[in-house]
Ligand binder design. Structure first.
Ligand SMILES: Cc1ncc(COP(=O)(O)O)c(C=O)c1O
Ligand SMILES: N[C@@H](CCCC[NH3+])C(=O)O
Length: 414
């Protein structure tokens, strides 16, 4: 079931006419579907329903308060990477007791904030961070719950910029140091060792790399058990891919079944940190064609949305489907869909077969994850509005930025 589909040639988001939303709220515009977010979260939660688990949505994928609130209402936990994300989770009604804190560069202030609030676990990524966290917890008279993020050195088979589980990547503690760092963690007075975690990359479309990583992590967990270090949970990270084009990532059911099979009866709570798999296909980015331009080689559709609004195509050459908001049968031509930003890399798609004219609306699909959250004000472009649809209702969940907001906090010299 696709909550973004055509009714009489007009694109709908659930029961809302996308063209009408664009007219009411202007373009460019992000539109999210509540039903899709909920379905994707339940897909994970149901997949492990019979096993102790926690689904910690990766806030970085889409941190709009309404998105977090929809998931918090389902009982979701959250994977955060900053004090800012922790504050957002609280603001959205999320339960701090279900928060795991990842990231290679947690500051003392962020550690203090999370310890004072009382989160589920810190995912510690280096020896230096471990010592720092122990000191901070001691100073506050607290015991920090910790999991060590281990870099299993497996190839996730994804884009190099979003691969995180190789030795050459900055993430996690190297596997060959893991036993020593765990032993150190176990003897530090202000830490309580709870778990082991890994996250090998994003947009994985095969189960095998996950299982390769899991085998190495389970071997570590078994060794730690023999040393008397009891591990309560295994956090498998996020990374499950989505269909942007023709990828066929496993359904969470299949993915979880394979992991549970590998657990082989071990009594470990499983933690999942899905971001993209929950949010990407729950959102579209709507943009309007400003001008058509052609030369002897190329046709361009110049649209009002740009790389500052949706950077994935420019940054990773990511392919996202671009579809008309109003379908028709007229002949199609190959267009590069480009934005107004002064960069050659400013494109949303290249060589797309479309029928378009100035004024038409286009929707870039799969834009709910790593879309708005990566937006910038480059070229002094205000960040766009975000809408959430729920059946036939639509809600502004973030207002379009104003020009005044752009230079708020900037000052002229006296
Ligand atoms: C530690 C951690 N957990 C979870 C995620 C979410 O990843 P994804 O959106 O691919 O599920 C990321 C980002 O890759 C991450 O770095
Ligand atoms: N921003 C990336 C994913 C990064 C994953 C974060 N650890 C993307 O759009 O694909």
């Amino acid at each position: 079931m696709d909550y973004f589909s055509y009714q009489n040639d007009s694109l709908f988001a659930e029961d809302c006419d996308v063209a009408k939303l664009a007219k009411t709220h202007g373009t460019p515009l992000y539109i999210y579907s509540r039903a899709t977010l909920e379905r994707h979260w339940h897909a994970f939660n149901n997949a492990v329903a019979d096993h102790p688990h926690l689904i910690c949505y990766a806030v970085k994928a889409n941190s709009n308060l309404a998105v977090l609130n929809v998931l918090a209402r389902l009982g979701s936990g959250f994977d955060i990477v900053s004090g800012g994300e922790l504050s957002r989770v609280l603001q959205a009604g999320g339960d701090p007791k279900k928060v795991v804190f990842s990231g290679v560069g947690k500051t003392v202030a962020e550690m203090e904030q999370a310890l004072n609030i009382g989160i589920y676990c810190f995912n510690v990524e280096s020896s230096a961070e471990l010592e720092q966290l122990n000191d901070v917890a001691g100073r506050l008279g607290k015991v920090a719950p910790v999991s060590l993020r281990i870099n299993p050195d497996v190839d996730a088979g994804t884009h190099p910029y979003i691969s995180t589980g190789l030795k050459e990547n900055k993430f996690g503690i190297a596997m060959d140091e893991a036993d020593t760092v765990f032993a150190r963690a176990a003897e530090l007075a202000h830490l309580h060792v709870k778990g082991v975690d890994c996250h090998i990359g994003s947009q994985l479309t095969e189960i095998k790399p996950f299982l390769d990583a899991m085998d190495r992590m389970l071997a570590l967990i078994d060794r730690l058990g023999e040393q008397g270090i009891k591990i309560e949970h295994f956090d498998v990270g996020g990374g499950l891919g989505v269909t942007y084009n023709s990828e066929t990532p496993p359904h969470p059911d299949k993915y979880a079944a394979a992991l549970l099979d590998r657990l082989n009866g071990r009594k470990l709570t499983l933690i999942f940190e899905p971001g993209r798999a929950i949010a990407a296909n729950a959102g579209i980015f709507v943009t309007q064609v400003l001008y058509l331009k052609e030369n002897s080689d190329k046709r361009f559709a110049i649209v009002d949305g740009a790389m500052n609004d949706l950077i994935r195509p420019a940054l990773y050459s990511a392919w996202q489907n671009i579809i008309p908001v109003q379908q028709n049968d007229a002949p199609t031509f190959a267009y590069d869909i480009v934005g107004p930003v002064c960069e050659t890399g400013d494109f949303l798609g290249k060589d797309r077969q479309l029928t378009v004219k100035a004024g038409d609306l286009l929707a870039v699909r799969s834009s709910g994850a790593y879309g708005f959250v990566m937006a910038s004000n480059y070229n002094s472009r205000p960040r766009v509005a975000e809408i959430m649809v729920d059946g036939s209702d639509d809600f502004v969940v973030r207002q379009r930025e104003t020009l005044q907001q752009l230079w708020q906090g900037e000052y002229l010299l006296p």
